[in-house]
Design a protein around this ligand. Sequence first.
Ligand code: FUL
Length: 447
Amino acid sequence: MKDFIRAAAHVKPNKNQLRLITETPFYAFVHFSPNTYTGLEWGLGNEPCEIFDPTELDCDQWCEAIKSAGMKGAVITAKHHDGFCLWQTAYTEHSIKNSPYKNGKGDIVREFSDACSRHGLKFGFYLSPWDRNSPIYGTPEYNDYYKAQLTELLTNYGEVFHVWFDGACGEGPNGKKQEYDFNGYFELIRKYQPNATIFNDRGMIRWCGNEAGQAHHAEWSVVPSELCPFCEVQTGPGPFSGSLEYMYNSDENIGSISNIMYSKGLVFAPSEVDMSIRDGWFYHADEQPHSLERLFNTYLNSVGFNTTFILNIPPMPNGKFDERDVERLHELGEKLKNEFGTNIAENAEITVTPYCGSDTQTVVEITLDGEHDIHYIDFCENIAEGQRIESFIVQSPDSDGIWRNRAFGTTVGARKIVPLKDLRTDRIRIFVNASRDTPEFGTFKIY
Ligand code: FUL
């Protein structure tokens, strides 16, 4: 059992996963389709192309707003469930070429990818496997059609950082469901965009299990292969290996020791929190953007909780972001800069000592250059080598010199931000009281 737990502590990200979680953990989603004009969230697939008419489309405005929030990339819905394509595809008539936009000559994937590169944002796309328009949906030929479209997007728009595969699988126009050839789809990405990360509910970047911006109580990137069958299995079976087929992302304890013991083998699959700035994924005039507080808390609960965060902003029918959303994104960016602007632990003395000679319990003591008001401690594991920490306690001394507990936490992983209240001190400790192997840390920051 001990050997299996140690093996779990050494399951590692591949280079694409590592790049996403450490360099680009916060990025945008843009949902734009005929739904923007009908008010639906799931288009029926029979919407006339003529309704798609963004007369003031402004991808530069989108990119500026996305950047102002501190996001580093953006993913556009090249095709949503209604099957309408935002680019000049050769494989269907249900596309922008039959819309009034630029007299059918427009290509919004092109305009958006060009704007992303002008603004220094990474570009990605979403291509819905579920297609309520395609007459061949539900047949093996549909997988060829889907792959042909995927190839167009992977080969004509420059570097792609993230490809988003929706797991939704409903009926097509003929009432049939499709068996998706995800392995075949992923093969094309590895061929044409070997540096791209792949999101799928069971993929290499996996779904967090809800659309409300909430990570799990403990967020493990090391999970049973039963949950993520597309990832490389990096360990042997757990000591009680049996059947975990029931497991899904919405379960609370996916990565806990008690669960992984039953696995046939473990994989590295970090989770992504997906949420829209408004209630809907598509624009609805009667909705408001969420409060700054909600967005900031979601950031703490995602980027600050060992997941990435994809935040959706829906363009309006005229093709621009709503000014209220633009303002909220700007406020979020300012808040992130203000809260995490000055690291007061820059010149701190930091010691890391095993607790009572233990190799899996550790005390990190941080001595600052004087007393400071402390609002956050922000630290990480050396995630390139795996995820190990199960739980920790943040402590600081009272005026009597006795160390008191200030906050408790579970997993750490790629980044953990711990908010602290009413704390003024010159010394702080992170006591790691349970870890799957000797913890290896990355940086320690204090704000
Ligand atoms: C879901 C879809 O059904 C929603 O419309 C949206 O695109 C969301 C991001 O994923 O599965």
